[in-house]
Ligand binder design. Structure first.
Ligand code: ADP
Ligand code: MG
Length: 398
């Protein structure tokens, strides 16, 4: 069995999977020959790593967002993990990105079965929340006549509730009713021409989180205006990562981590370690540049920004994160990383902070317990970073 080493990291990327199409997982390693790895093909594509990849770079290139997380064992170089627990890694394309499960288990069969179950849960959530599958529960809900309460599944209801809480606390900077603007923006990115004022007005007209009404007793949701369309692109991956982690925990696997590229749900630390070491990428698109390393366990972490997901029109760079007030992509360069008790919270807050900007973003983050932010900005060549109060404490000992 290979021992711990400070050797090459594993760079994981996916092809463009937007739209939920499942294509073959791409695995790249600069020193492939030194690795013992195998590629398994079943109904899903899995890759297994065992005790060999001490550094792992998870790059969010599917949806293009640049969050880059480096995950490796903190302080692992001097102390080998418990002999009875082995490290395994499994990957699976879903939700337009690549999900990675890293876990410690006594044997491969149990590890593989647990990862398969976690991925099945992710796939089921994708089928519910996809904006691309016409028969997803989300789109079927949007197709119902407005003004009528519709029973929704517990998962969809929870996601709506979590989203609405942040919408209220961010004055609508985060808004899942942004669907019409997202659709218009996808078209804008293709044709590289800004929408006309008429197009913008008609899309904006259908965006207002206050017109999504939830009834927690009846477990129903209701749209209050015509032509509304919900988009869960800013929350679904974090929620799916949290749920996948629960599946692993339910099978007795506690030392584990689920990464939906930039949104990561983190369980107990690896054996004999203080936590999982996560690197925050710089705001520039150099895949391996890390600005900070954090050591985390039992929490979530997400990064949002426009480092890879953007379009340039008439010399202006627009992000894939939209300002619900303008229905346009953000034009200020900003990247926010959030640490919070779970990945649903971090996914939502990372997007929200980009819209709110530094001052309001930090104030929002500081209003939540055990929640911290690191915001990076770039104006011309001037780069700045802003940490929320208690960032060091929370990010180093969550
Ligand atoms: P990614 O999807 O790349 O992980 P984010 O988590 O920041 O990045 O989410 C961005 C996605 O969220 C967009 O692609 C879009 O689907 C949706 N979105 C964009 N702007 C907003 C917004 N202001 N509020 C809610 N969702 C948004
Ligand atoms: Mg998000």
């Amino acid at each position: 069995m290979a021992g711990p080493r400070a050797g090459p990291f594993l760079l994981i990327g996916t092809n463009d999977l937007v739209g939920g199409s499942k294509s073959e997982t791409e695995v790249r390693n600069p020193k492939q020959s030194q690795r013992k790895s195998s590629l398994k093909t079943s109904t899903q594509e899995f890759t297994r790593e065992r005790h060999i990849a001490w550094e792992l770079v998870v790059q969010k290139c599917a949806t293009g967002l640049f969050l880059l997380a480096i995950v490796f064992l903190a302080g692992c170089r001097s102390t080998p993990p418990e002999p009875s627990l082995n490290r395994y890694e499994f990957r699976h394309p879903a939700m337009g990105t690549l999900f990675t499960v890293t876990l410690y288990a006594p044997e491969e069969i149990g590890a593989q079965e647990a990862a398969n179950a976690a991925f099945r849960r992710v796939d089921a959530l994708e089928d519910m929340m996809s904006d691309y599958q016409a028969d997803s529960e989300l789109l079927r809900f949007c197709d119902q006549p407005f003004g009528r309460p519709v029973p929704v599944s517990p998962d969809l209801f929870t996601v709506f509730q979590r989203a609405q809480t942040i919408s209220e606390r961010s004055w609508g900077a985060f808004d899942v009713t942004i669907g019409p603007c997202v659709r218009l923006w996808r078209f804008t990115r293709k044709r590289k021409v800004l929408p006309s004022p008429v197009e913008l007005a008609s899309a904006k007209n259908a965006v207002d989180y206050r017109k999504l009404r939830l009834d927690s007793k009846a477990h129903t949701a209701m749209l209050l205006a015509p032509n509304m369309r919900l988009d869960l692109g800013g929350i679904a991956k974090g929620y799916a990562a949290d749920e996948a982690l629960k599946v692993l925990n339910g099978r007795g696997i506690d030392c584990c981590l689920v990464a939906a590229s930039g949104d990561i749900a983190i369980g107990n630390p690896p054996p004999d370690q203080k936590g999982w070491k996560i690197g925050i990428a710089t705001i520039d698109a150099h895949a391996n540049d890390v600005t900070r390393n954090l050591v985390l366990h039992n929490c979530g972490i997400s990064t949002s920004g426009d480092t890879e997901q953007f379009v340039e029109i008439d010399g202006v760079r627009y992000s894939h994160i939209l300002d619900p007030q303008t229905c346009l992509g953000l034009t200020n360069r900003i990247q926010s990383t959030i640490v919070a008790p779970d990945a649903t919270a971090t996914d939502v807050l990372a997007t929200t902070v980009c819209v709110l900007g530094v001052t309001q973003g930090l104030a929002l983050v500081e209003s939540f317990p055990r929640t911290a932010a690191l915001i990076l900005t770039k104006e011309g060549e001037r780069k700045q970073s802003f940490a929320s109060k208690g960032f060091e404490k929370i990010a180093l000992a969550p």
